[in-house]
Write a protein that binds this ligand. Sequence first.
Ligand SMILES: Nc1nc2c(ncn2[C@@H]2O[C@H](COP(=O)(O)OP(=O)(O)O)[C@@H](O)[C@H]2O)c(=O)[nH]1
Ligand SMILES: [Mg+2]
Length: 352
Amino acid sequence: MPPLSLDMRLDALLDGLARSDTAALARAISLVENQREGFERVLSAVHKRLGKRGTQRIGITGPPGAGKSTLTEQLVRAYREHGLKVAVIAVDPTSPFTGGALLGDRIRMESVSLDPGVFIRSMATRGAQGGLATTTEEVADVLDAFGFDRILIETVGVGQTELDVAATAETTVLVLVPESGDGIQTLKAGVMEIAELYVINKSDRPGADKLRQEIEVMLGIRKGNAFAHVPAHQGRPAPSNRPAGRQAVGPSDWESPVLTTVASKGEGIADLVTALDRHHDFLERTGKFAERRKRRLAARTRAVVNRAIRQWVWDETKAEELVARRLDDVSAGIRSPYDVAAEVLDQVRNGK
Ligand SMILES: Nc1nc2c(ncn2[C@@H]2O[C@H](COP(=O)(O)OP(=O)(O)O)[C@@H](O)[C@H]2O)c(=O)[nH]1
Ligand SMILES: [Mg+2]
């Protein structure tokens, strides 16, 4: 028999996905993760099955050791008890190899990973040209189309890449611990703002209540004097001590709840599930779900164009050759990288 053509192999893969074959799912994810030939066709085929079933994508972010994996495992259990199928994507931008630092988490998740209604996948930087966030989102699409009801995206920490990854989910949970108390002011700008839900895990330890109050004050949920020193925004008096720029909460606003959990004992998980459902309903009810989805699809289309252009320029035009030819000049200071880049662009524009 002659070897199967790429088209035939992709057809078989898509058939397998349609038949809910888990082996096909694993192959499809590898194809997408490593951007191997034909991955765009798979994603394109998968797209028409998205956005119809009310799948929830949940980002779980926070400093290392906060208990994200423990919490994720508990959420998986809770959702399974509700009869929902759950996928977990564990993302580690610091590890060059898939699996690396997350192996420990994987082993711990074995209690849930033998369940066919659960799918766990680690992702690292490998193959993620054009951004780990885009690749994560594409893998989530495959899982979504396959029929998982909840997709949990856990990151190892709170670096920029991890925040970008978490932002691809429509609900982002920031997990902190009582020990974070002294640190929340020093957390990188953007970390505290990203979350729709705050979880203070390890609340079996002292300081959980204090941290909750601090976060609530910071969010403007609770009156306090944490922002007393902040001048009213643009001369307007800040209503009820809300931080400048934060509006009073109306029906179309979401007030991020601050929950406490003891993930290692399963405490507070039911409330977390309820809060996650509430946020999902909120997004649907206010039309923000559709709005966000559209925004993300526009961003994705741009990202795909960027990735394709980049690949095309370096793999299929003579750009690389020109760079190599000019390197001695650049090194000697005769030409700058900017001169050469302009020359590359000219060459590409002229179809060479
Ligand atoms: N005391 C206490 N320990 C916890 C709790 N949740 C998780 N841990 C422990 O904290 C450590 C780090 O948890 P892990 O889930 O790996 O954190 P991650 O790095 O954020 O994923 C593990 O030893 C957990 O058993 C909790 O609620 N209370
Ligand atoms: Mg972890």
